[in-house]
Design a protein around this ligand. Structure first.
Ligand SMILES: NC(=O)c1ccc[n+]([C@@H]2O[C@H](COP(=O)([O-])OP(=O)(O)OC[C@H]3O[C@@H](n4cnc5c(N)ncnc54)[C@H](OP(=O)(O)O)[C@@H]3O)[C@@H](O)[C@H]2O)c1
Length: 209
């Protein structure tokens, strides 16, 4: 199979990319320099040859600050990367893959969709919205031969916390010291099931430790 994957430079996306490659699949994973998701208006990708569209990129820019201390550019970046760019990529993929025999969109959400957590106002909103979007288009496009799956991982040890910005180096791992968490490898078994799910029956998965 041929996959187009975002977020392949780090964390969950990097592990998915390496795993697909180890199974012999062909994975194109543009770097941020090649496809910057903070500017959705500039996204124009030829996706017609890909059986799989796997959207792992995500941020919570300066999200460890309280909301009133964030800059508008922080939350606009989080919304653009996590939500708007994903919708634009899915729109382009669907337009280019209509009625092809095997197409699947896999998106990484987050278990923040299970509730409403102080400190996750903007990030949580992007994941709730992504969940709503995926659950809506899977019904709207149910006769178009395209599968839609959203994976909601609980806390997983990656560079995500460090990449939020404004996190002192001695605190980048504090979440992992305090809270039970997964490794990226814990997501691989369900990821395998999702990409083998030819009937597109798996539409939503939550994973926790
Ligand atoms: N880790 C967790 O606990 C957890 C839990 C639930 C859900 N998630 C979700 O899982 C996904 C992957 O996160 P992760 O934990 O693997 O974090 P990560 O290690 O920080 O990886 C984030 C990825 O997103 C890419 N990215 C960020 N901004 C970008 C931009 N403007 N343009 C293109 N790519 C950009 C990063 O590229 P660079 O290398 O260039 O920065 C990196 O490849 C995210 O959607 C996150 O919300 C994470």
């Amino acid at each position: 199979m041929k996959a187009f994957l975002t977020g392949g430079s780090s964390g969950i996306g990097q592990h998915f990319k390496q795993h697909l490659e180890s199974l012999g699949h062909d994975v194109i994973a543009p770097t941020r320099q090649e496809l910057d998701l903070s500017d959705p208006t500039n996204i124009n990708v030829d996706l017609k040859e890909y059986d799989l569209l796997i959207l792992c990129a995500g941020v919570d820019t300066n999200g460890r600050q309280e909301f009133y201390k964030m800059k508008p550019s922080d939350f606009v970046n989080t919304i653009n990367v996590n939500l708007t760019s994903n919708i634009i990529l899915i729109h382009q993929y669907v337009q280019q893959r209509l009625f092809k025999p095997c197409s699947k969109v896999v998106v990484i959400g987050s278990q923040v969709v299970d509730g409403y957590y102080p400190g996750y106002g903007v990030y949580g909103t992007t994941k709730h919205a992504l969940d709503a979007f995926m659950n809506t288009i899977k019904y709207e496009l149910k006769d178009k031969n395209i599968g839609f799956t959203i994976i909601h991982p609980a806390l997983t040890k990656t560079n995500f916390n460090r990449n939020r910005g404004n996190v002192p180096e001695d605190q980048v791992n504090d979440l992992y010291d305090q809270i039970p968490h997964m490794q990226t490898s814990d997501l691989i078994p369900i990821f395998d099931q999702i990409i083998k799910d030819k009937d597109n029956l798996i539409t939503k998965v939550s994973l926790t430790k």
